[in-house]
Design a protein around this ligand. Structure first.
Ligand code: ADP
Ligand code: MG
Length: 667
């Protein structure tokens, strides 16, 4: 069995389980082994029945002394009331389920229970005689020694999905990790393994998924975290080596066009934008392919900087491609290019799923012939085999929205092309270097002059009606537009979400009159979405109720208010992004973070947002907050997309890996 084998080949994984695993993003053995536990349950020491205490979780091994099965009020659900004992006493157990589940529960059987016993209860007039486990985890066996061996360990608890009980996924992973047929080639050079006394990669997987001590977990996690940093460093080192041999075309012939572009802008670039433009421009003059990340807070004016680079490219008679993560952003970038470039005779085209038939054929031929200077599209553009006459510049907007692999393969496939990546989610510089390896960074600090910024307030959802009338008042008096974000977090295209949008919109309409209420959600198609946004932008000012589809980059200058429901559930960076949708004109924006009084009280994140307005500092807070109080093996999803390691907690390992890859020549 190899890491790349499909999980569907594993014993015990049929089509049904295969599908459930797919839902968890697990397709091959490697994915399965990298499915990390959230925490561990310590089941190593068994408790004698006589020493059980109410409220304290415990594992008990005993024998079933008596069984009584009764129906309950619910159809097909029975209750089995057991008495389980060892030589120190008797404990009561209640197990619920269908009759099939009840039949193996026989007097005299060995049973292991895991759960938290509760104190004897009063049922009617009768007092139950023993402590009781209600719906504990349990296992039956005729061989009590074998049973104890299986239980005598630290049990990993995994994230799972509906239809896949915790015990099932744990079992699949356990069997795979300890399987003697599993072959894992250790990619680390022997000297590194020796240097840190690392355990082997295979042992590390066993130590994570089938540990017997906490020390073993720690050792295994260290090995895997180091491995992860090592892999990233090695990959970027290889790219770097390749890149040294690659030559790009110098775009210095476009310098005059860049100046024309700048002087035709309706505003002057800020000092910070200027210096980003000149850093980029210098890269473009050279023949080493540019790899630059432009980071800047939302609304800081990254798009104008990118368009300056595009102008320079077109001025040098080469083409530029702009890649964005969503169709809404494609549309917006396309508009901006036309607004700022068409009077300079630079032709921009947009490619999307809705460009079909003869229009598409014409576009494709215009690209090959060089009629089109700039092409804007989502990543669908890549799979469409578009061909350029001569591509000089690739711009990737909101680059963190693309998967790491997607982005890497993209940049690599265009290794001789200057590449500008943009991100509104700032990553602290050291992490960024470590993660991307060889990349140059330009930062835009601050907002364009005249911006008033955003006033942020946290409001309890008890005051929903007040918010309605506050928004209505602002909209009708000063003509601002209002975003209202609701729905489940992180999944913007579920039906549940469109439901949340619909019912919030209805409620608003019910409570306030004469203000248009628009609806936007993930399951709408691209044409519907851009039509809604067009109306929100240009028609009578109103409220746009939406899911988080508006999170990334949408630019509507009149948007003055944003209300975010369930705010404490979002990450800091996401909230800051959303808040950046407003206050883009000359008036201060208003951001209202709604949540239950209790969540508000408990959320340190919301507090940070009230106090801090700088995206870079917020990003650091985000990392710090995540870094605090972690348990061994906790899975993290940070901005860096790491599977095991945590960029804050494992910083030392990361630095070690950076040095090691530099000093050991295995390229
Ligand atoms: P970002 O992509 O960084 O979020 P944008 O490039 O979309 O920001 O810029 C936000 C808005 O600010 C746009 O409407 C843009 O026209 C405007 N803008 C950009 N730079 C300046 C500037 N130097 N002065 C005034 N307005 C600017
Ligand atoms: Mg942008």
């Amino acid at each position: 069995m190899r890491l790349s084998d499909s999980v569907k080949l594993l014993p015990g994984v049929g089509a049904k389980r295969g599908e459930l695993l797919s839902a968890l993003g697990i397709e091959c053995v490697e994915d399965l082994l990298y499915h990390m536990p959230i925490r561990y349950e310590d089941r190593r020491s068994f408790t004698r029945v006589g020493s059980l205490a109410p409220g304290c979780p415990a594992v008990v091994s005993g024998v079933i002394k008596s069984v009584e099965v009764r129906p309950t009020n619910r159809r097909n659900v029975h209750i089995a009331v057991l008495e389980v004992g060892d030589d120190t006493g008797i404990v009561g157990v209640a197990i619920f389920g269908g009759l099939r589940r009840m039949s193996p529960l026989k007097s005299g059987a060995n049973i292991i229970l895991f759960g938290t016993p509760s104190a004897p209860a009063r049922v009617g007039k009768k007092q139950t005689p023993h402590l009781e486990f209600s719906s504990p985890e349990y296992e039956l066996s005729s061989d009590s020694r074998k049973l104890a061996a299986r239980w005598h360990r630290l049990l990993p608890v995994y994230p799972t999905t509906e239809g896949m009980p915790r015990a099932m996924i744990a079992d699949i992973i356990y069997k795979c990790a300890v399987s003697p047929e599993l072959i894992i080639n250790d990619p680390l050079p022997a000297e590194i393994i020796e240097k840190y006394s690392f355990i082997s990669l295979k042992d590390a997987f066993v130590g994570i998924h089938a540990p017997s001590t906490y020390e073993e977990i720690e050792k295994s996690r260290n090995r895997l975290a180091y491995q992860e940093f090592w892999d990233i460093q090695l990959k970027t080192a290889r790219y770097r080596a390749q890149r040294c041999h690659c030559r790009a075309r110098s775009l210095s012939a476009g310098s005059a066009m860049l100046e024309r572009f700048k002087s035709s802008l309706p505003f002057t670039l800020t000092a910070s934008q200027e210096s980003a433009v000149s850093e980029i421009s210098k890269d473009l003059d050279g023949v080493t392919p540019m790899r630059r990340l432009l980071m800047g807070d939302v609304g800081s004016g990254k798009t104008s900087v990118a368009i300056a680079a595009i102008a320079k490219c077109a001025g040098a008679s080469l083409q530029a491609a702009v890649l964005v993560p969503t169709t809404i952003l494609a549309e917006q970038f396309y508009d901006a290019c036309r607004r700022y470039l068409s009077h300079l005779d630079i032709v921009t085209a947009e490619i999307s799923g809705s460009v079909t038939g003869s229009a598409r054929a014409r576009l494709v031929s215009d690209l090959v012939s060089g009629e089109v200077d700039v092409l804007v599209g989502t990543h669908a553009m890549l799979s469409d085999m578009v061909e350029f006459k001569s591509l000089g510049l690739l711009v990737i907007d909101e680059q963190h929205r693309f998967g790491v692999l997607q982005r890497e393969s993209l940049v690599n496939a265009n290794s001789g092309v200057h590449t500008l990546m943009m991100s509104a989610t700032p990553i602290p510089r050291t992490l960024c270097m470590a993660y991307h390896g060889d990349i140059d960074i330009s930062e835009i600090r601050g907002l364009p002059d005249g911006r008033k910024g955003v006033i942020t307030r946290v409001v309890s959802s008890n005051h929903l009606r007040d918010i309605y009338s506050f928004a209505a008042d602002k909209i009708s008096r000063s003509g601002v537009r209002c975003y209202w974000v609701c729905g489940t977090i992180g999944d913007e295209s579920s039906d549940e979400d469109s439901g949340a949008v619909m019912s919030r919109a209805r409620d608003i309409e019910h409570n306030i009159r004469d203000i248009p209420v628009l609806r936007l959600f993930g399951t709408m198609n691209a044409t519907e979405k851009s039509e809604v946004l067009r109306r929100f932008r240009y028609e009578t000012p109103g409220i746009l109720v939406s899911t988080t589809v508006i999170e990334v980059g949408v630019d509507i200058p009149d948007a003055g208010i944003i209300v975010i429901e369930g705010a404490s559930g979002y990450g800091l960076a996401a909230l800051h992004q959303m808040r950046g949708r407003v206050g883009r004109g000359t008036r201060a924006g208003i951001c209202i973070l709604l949540d239950s009084a209790r969540n508000i009280k408990n959320s340190r994140r919301l507090q940070v947002l009230l106090e801090c307005d700088d995206g870079f500092r917020i990003a650091e807070f985000d990392l710090e907050l995540r870094g605090a109080g972690e348990v061994s093996g906790v899975r993290q999803h940070g901005p860096l997309d790491l599977r095991v390691a945590d960029a804050v907690r494992d910083r030392e390992l990361m630095e070690a890996a950076i040095d090691d890859v530099k000093t050991i020549s295995i390229l």
